[in-house]
Design a protein around this ligand. Structure first.
Ligand code: SF4
Length: 208
């Protein structure tokens, strides 16, 4: 078989490897598998927690209000949504948007690791504490501490080492709507995304 380019390999992963996946119980309640979307050659990869109700309905990540806000954040740092890659840790929506369970993560995470390997981003932006905890390997750390640390995604299997920038999930920002905290958090997210872009420009040398 001819060697696949990243875009073709992502399609192969989605339709031949994941397909109508039943590897965990979330397949019983989902409407669609929400694989991910964006530039298969993106420098910046955004990773959230799991699809919500609108994502489950439309089979796309970060649509609806949280997606609109994420797109706005991306544009605030001079990028377009089409230039990045967006995915979630879980590809199927947990009922009532509950937190993912350990066995669901164990079943689904290999797909995410393969996505990261295929896209080969220069930086990963972890959206929210859940994705931040998982990708940094710090399961109990608060977002406040995650944001101020220096983190790297390490994968022994693929031999990848990619800087991680954890930041607030757009849904968290939406929950603070109309408050001082909303404005403050938006500024923090923009600052985090600017930091992520410095990783793209300066590589692993960035230390502040
Ligand atoms: Fe499969 Fe992942 Fe969906 Fe579970 S969450 S059914 S492992 S695609």
């Amino acid at each position: 078989m001819a060697k696949l380019n990243p875009e073709e390999a992502l399609k192969y992963l989605r339709w031949r490897r994941i397909g109508d996946c039943t590897r965990c119980d979330l397949h019983r309640s989902r409407k669609h598998v929400v694989f991910g979307e964006g530039d298969s050659d993106a420098d910046v990869m955004f990773i959230g927690e799991a699809p919500g109700v609108e994502e489950d309905h439309k089979a796309r990540p970060f649509v609806g209000p949280s997606g609109t806000l994420l797109t706005w954040f991306i544009e605030q740092v001079g990028l377009r949504r089409e230039q990045v890659y967006i995915a979630n840790v879980l590809k199927c929506r947990p009922p009532e948007n509950r937190d993912p369970e350990a066995e669901e993560i164990e079943a689904c995470a290999p797909f995410l690791h393969t996505q990261i390997w295929l896209v080969q981003p220069k930086v990963i932006v972890a959206l929210g504490r859940f994705a931040g905890n998982l990708l940094t390997g710090e399961p109990f750390m608060s977002m406040g501490k995650l944001r101020t640390g220096l983190w790297t995604y390490e994968n022994a299997k693929t031999q990848m080492s990619v800087p991680i920038v954890p930041t607030y999930h757009p849904t968290y920002v939406l929950r603070k709507r109309g408050s001082v905290v909303e404005r403050q958090t938006k500024l923090k997210v923009i600052s985090d995304l600017q930091k992520a872009l410095r990783y793209v420009e300066e590589g692993d040398e960035l230390s502040v």
